[in-house]
Design a protein around this ligand. Structure first.
Ligand SMILES: [Zn+2]
Length: 304
């Protein structure tokens, strides 16, 4: 039986996880996107990443983005910071929260972060210590919680084991990423069951990519298990480096519409988010990867 939460919190990934997997976008367009999203009722917007500009040129202007967005009271603007240098850069432009990331699979960790999982966790210790001193909350991302492009299936026990390590480091929330989007509801359910044995439900978030078209049903699966924080990207921005042409995160518009239909409060205005999505999609010359967005667009044209 289902155990839906009464309220769902969206962690908006479009400006970071989304745009880091799209062709380069101008700084002003990013700022406009974040400003527009800030007006929608969203309370958490990941606005950039302080990572190597050589490896991720799409995020090279994150400092300027943080400096020029109009911050709205009640919205947390977070940054991805893989190490203490990134953390310091994020603090220099007043990021309000940071995120760290590792993988539940060794193969992905080696290819993506170039170290073992336990080495990656060790690297985060200085970030965690400094964040504690600064009173900054840290979110932990865990990649490849279902499958890894190198190692194959990830066991739910392994996911729970690494998630608990991130949690014990001091992360206030663990975001479980189906990075390559191969999950289906039964496997998502088993993975969440294992994690919920070791981490309180309200500190678990889900982060599903839509590569195989399963992200929304997987979000629904998580909702039936009482998960109340969902990562999503406006217009489904983003992609998957392991599946060229594939869509990115589950679209925020689709999650909002699903929650509306289930009677779950989000506090987010679907129309405002959808319009922000149309604007950024025009900028990158791409159709929104969201059925809800496309349907609303058709409706708007018809009523004109
Ligand atoms: Zn992602």
């Amino acid at each position: 039986m289902s155990d839906y939460p009464s309220r769902v919190y969206i962690a908006e990934m479009g400006a970071r996880d989304g745009l880091q997997n799209e062709p380069l976008v101008g700084t002003q367009a990013k700022i406009s996107l974040i400003n527009a999203l800030s007006q929608s009722g969203l309370t958490h917007i990941e606005a950039g990443a302080f990572v190597s500009p050589k490896r991720v040129p799409q995020m090279a202007d994150s400092a300027r983005v943080f400096q020029h967005i109009e911050r709205k009271t009640g919205v947390t603007y977070s940054a991805l910071t893989p190490n203490i240098q990134g953390y310091n850069d994020a603090m220099a432009v007043n990021a309000e929260q940071v995120s760290i990331f590792t993988s539940a699979s060794e193969g992905f960790c080696q290819s993506n972060i170039h170290c073992s999982i336990s080495e990656s966790l060790e690297r985060f210790i200085p970030v965690m210590e400094q964040a504690k001193l600064d009173g900054i909350k840290v979110r932990g991302y865990l990649s490849c919680v279902i499958d890894c492009p190198y190692d194959g299936a990830t066991s739910p026990q392994q996911v729970a084991h690494i998630a608990k390590k991130l949690f014990d480091l001091g992360c206030y929330e663990i975001s479980l990423g189906d990075t390559i989007g191969t999950g289906t509801p039964i496997r998502i359910g088993r993975m969440l069951d294992a994690v919920l044995n070791v981490i309180p439900r309200h500190q678990v978030a889900v982060h599903f990519h839509n590569t195989w078209g399963q992200a929304l049903v997987n979000v629904h699966q998580a909702l039936t298990m009482g998960i109340s924080t969902v990562d999503s990207s406006v217009a489904g921005l983003g992609g998957c480096p392991y599946a060229p042409g594939a869509s990115g995160n589950v679209a925020t518009e689709d999650v909002l519409y699903l929650c509306q239909g289930l009677g779950i409060e989000t506090g987010v205005d679907l129309e405002v988010v959808t319009k922000a999505g149309w604007d950024i999609c025009r900028e990158i010359n791409k159709a929104p990867q969201s059925n809800v967005s496309l349907a609303l667009s058709a409706q708007t044209k018809k009523s004109r």
